[in-house]
Design a protein around this ligand. Structure first.
Ligand SMILES: Cc1cc2nc3c(=O)[nH]c(=O)nc-3n(C[C@H](O)[C@H](O)[C@H](O)COP(=O)(O)OP(=O)(O)OC[C@H]3O[C@@H](n4cnc5c(N)ncnc54)[C@H](O)[C@@H]3O)c2cc1C
Length: 453
């Protein structure tokens, strides 16, 4: 029986482990923290008076493609119920659009001041880009947004995925990222009971097929002999295996875990040049359902600046708090009278003043009243976890992308230049760094191993 050791219980590592355990490999996962799910994790916050609810400390929603991957590639049923996420976009408190398509989209274009001719031209260009990848040769994501339309609000909506969803600079994100991840993500959904339900699904499958997961067990080294991976060192113990899959960031795998390995200078230089995306901070809240007028279900409100989002993202990267910071507010269903809500906002790069971040969170909360009148008055419980608190309090750094997208490099594949050593998760595979891509990389890697045994 062949064996595999997986480093890290994030979505990439868990999905690879699930498929390999199911294929009959002896599968062991070592996870550094006491938790399963990595950055895809829910924590129960609240109190006896208003109730406790699952709050998501990483991703707040996933793409429906993840459900297809579990069903089609793993041939298993997800252990959660999914419900749609509605996304509403605002600028300066003025409603711009939701992310629906068809007639509704045309109405939104008009609301944003586009003439009928501009609307038709934009729809045609969008179709060409999305289905034919027609403008992907352009240098950056931002260049394509600018080519598609002159309307600043529309450009911001196109750059939203790069800036707000990934914490990257739209003009540093490669042009090809404009369309491909879009097709591969699916529609947004939320697993009832919290995002933690997604990793829990993989854990069920791993255990069902005899795999083992050890939490609070960090791996300090990948064992390499004669140019091939032969196991790991976990808490001082040598564990041999036929394959090693690292689910931690590619930078950490190569520069910290592969101590005895020899890589070419070109490969090492490439890995050293990888930059991390911006870090996020969160305010978790419980609001009085009866007094706050929000439609039912899972609703994400996004507030975009009225100026150029690309320039605003540059301010964050230069350590500046923009006047008109973009932010997200996510509300899930909750129970009876109360509803959980999360404010997500970015921390300017290099910020070390925790109080300043908290103050920024308070400032943004006041702005939510423009989107939902009377919101702040009806918060009954609140707690802010800044990006500075994240590593100690939550267990990871709150960057959406540990390896940000950049025009100057492409991420590497899950196959590494060491035999029988692989890296999965959102820090490898070009284009995209969300939950779907993390799972996809894990499954692709597992399929490759199964095919080549
Ligand atoms: C604030 C935030 C918001 C996000 N929002 C979204 C969103 O809305 N939608 C979306 O699709 N994606 C979102 N993402 C991205 C999403 O979280 C990731 O794509 C996905 O969860 C990453 O999975 P992964 O497997 O790559 O890595 P991780 O989740 O980082 O997993 C790596 C695991 O390895 C463990 N580990 C590290 N070092 C060691 C070691 N030495 N030994 C053993 N274990 C180790 C870590 O503890 C961790 O559990 C968000 C991320 C963040 C942080």
């Amino acid at each position: 029986m062949k064996s595999v050791v997986v480093i890290g219980a994030g979505l990439g590592g868990l999905s690879a482990a699930a498929l390999l355990a199911k294929a009959g490999l002896k599968t062991i996962i070592f996870e550094k923290t006491a938790y399963i799910g990595g950055r895809c994790r829910s924590i129960w916050y609240g109190n006896s008076e208003f109730g406790k609810y699952p709050f998501d400390v990483g991703p707040i929603f996933s793409g429906s493609k993840i459900i297809n991957l579990i069903k089609e590639r793993l041939k298993e049923e997800p252990a959660f119920q999914d419900s749609p996420v509605k996304i509403h976009i605002f600028s300066k408190g003025r409603y711009l659009t939701d992310m629906s398509s068809g007639r509704q989209m045309i109405k939104s274009f008009k609301r944003m001041g586009l003439s009928s001719l501009e609307t038709i031209s934009l729809i045609y260009r969008l179709w060409r880009q999305r289905y034919l990848d027609a403008y992907s040769y352009m240098d950056s994501h931002h260049d394509i947004a600018c080519f598609l339309t002159k309307n600043q609000q529309m450009r911001n909506i196109f750059n939203m995925r790069a800036g707000l969803f990934h914490g990257c600079l739209p003009d540093d994100m490669p042009g090809y990222t404009f369309s491909k991840p879009y097709k591969e993500y699916g529609t947004p959904f939320y697993p009832t009971g919290g995002m933690q339900k997604i990793p829990d699904t993989f854990v069920n499958i791993i255990k069902k097929y005899g795999g083992r997961i050890y939490t609070s067990t960090p791996v300090s080294e990948v064992l390499i002999e004669g140019g091939r991976a032969v196991g790991v060192v976990a808490q001082g113990e040598y564990i041999k295996s036929d394959f090693v899959i690292s689910g931690v960031s590619i930078v950490q795998t190569i520069l910290k875990l592969c101590k005895g390995a020899k890589f070419s200078f070109t490969f090492l230089d490439k890995i050293k040049s990888y930059k991390q995306g911006l870090e996020a901070s969160m305010t978790f809240m419980i609001v009085d359902k009866d007094k706050v007028s929000v439609e039912d279900g899972n609703v994400l409100y996004i507030s975009l600046p009225s100026s150029d989002l690309n320039e605003v993202m540059h301010q964050f990267f230069n350590g500046i708090y923009p006047d008109d910071s973009p932010f997200g507010l996510f509300l899930t269903e909750g129970q009876k009278r109360f509803r959980p809500a999360t404010l997500l906002f970015y921390t300017p790069r290099g910020e070390i003043n925790r109080e300043r971040i908290i103050q920024e969170g308070r400032r943004l909360l006041e702005r939510i009243n423009l989107l939902i009148p009377g919101f702040t008055k009806n918060i009954v419980w609140k707690r802010t976890v800044t990006s500075i608190d994240y590593p100690d309090e939550i267990g990871f750094r709150s960057c959406v992308l540990p390896v940000a997208e950049s025009k100057t490099y492409r991420k590497v594949s899950f196959r590494l230049p060491i035999k029988n050593l692989f890296n999965v998760g959102s820090s490898v595979l070009p284009a995209g760094g969300g939950t779907v891509q993390a799972v996809k990389s894990g499954l692709k890697c597992a399929e490759f191993i199964i095919k080549n045994i």
